[in-house]
Write a protein that binds this ligand. Sequence first.
Ligand SMILES: NC(=O)c1ccc[n+]([C@@H]2O[C@H](COP(=O)([O-])OP(=O)(O)OC[C@H]3O[C@@H](n4cnc5c(N)ncnc54)[C@H](OP(=O)(O)O)[C@@H]3O)[C@@H](O)[C@H]2O)c1
Length: 217
Amino acid sequence: MRVGILGSGLMGGKLGTIWARAGHEVVFSYARSEKKLQRLARDAGGRARAGTPAEAAKDADALLLAVHWSRFDDVLKECGSLSGKVIVTCSLPMNDSDTGLVVAHKSSGAEKLAKKVPKARIVSAFNTVPSEVFFAVFENRGRGTPPSLAYCGDNAKAKDVAAQLIRDVGFDPVDAGPLRIARYTEPFALLIGQLAYEGDRGPALAYRFDWFEERNA
Ligand SMILES: NC(=O)c1ccc[n+]([C@@H]2O[C@H](COP(=O)([O-])OP(=O)(O)OC[C@H]3O[C@@H](n4cnc5c(N)ncnc54)[C@H](OP(=O)(O)O)[C@@H]3O)[C@@H](O)[C@H]2O)c1
């Protein structure tokens, strides 16, 4: 796949690197320094390169939106037409001090994004795990039961693309339903953040859902 990274920080930098190493053609875009994008592309290897958001979006099979909530409008404006594009958003609608959600309960960051770019196909994924766990999960793929990763969206084909990208990192994709379920996954991401950053076992945390056969007493 050709994957455009919009926001090449902790999330975009790491996921883009993993997808490049998994064989995808990755374009890193949107950082404050061009040199950083070039270094990311060089270190990722494979067919990774640096570009502008418009170059990342052009001919992309999928785009990863990985910027702070306050940068959404700016990066989207730089992309040009996003009609028909699959946008996987790992972004959370956090306030400026990153202490709480500014959209919740009656809507979600993912749904707000869908309203901003109504012709794009939005999938919410990857925001329920900290960036610190990605390389460990990638290195562990194929060994033991993979950790889960919940994702949601309204378009079946876009969700297939996202599920493949989730598998490529080493997670087991768990389809949580339509995009409005981001109202639940986004606050869940804050629980994971609490455990990762305020707990005493380090930030490289993932989770796994297990289904059991129901039994009666
Ligand atoms: N980090 C996590 O573990 C985590 C987990 C779940 C969800 N999320 C969500 O994922 C999204 C991305 O988080 P992150 O931690 O990856 O953030 P980040 O490390 O700050 O990355 C954001 C990217 O946007 C770029 N950027 C910011 N302002 C810019 C500007 N004015 N012009 C050009 N580029 C600019 C940054 O550039 P520079 O590279 O130059 O700084 C960086 O590449 C957020 O919505 C966050 O809530 C993060």
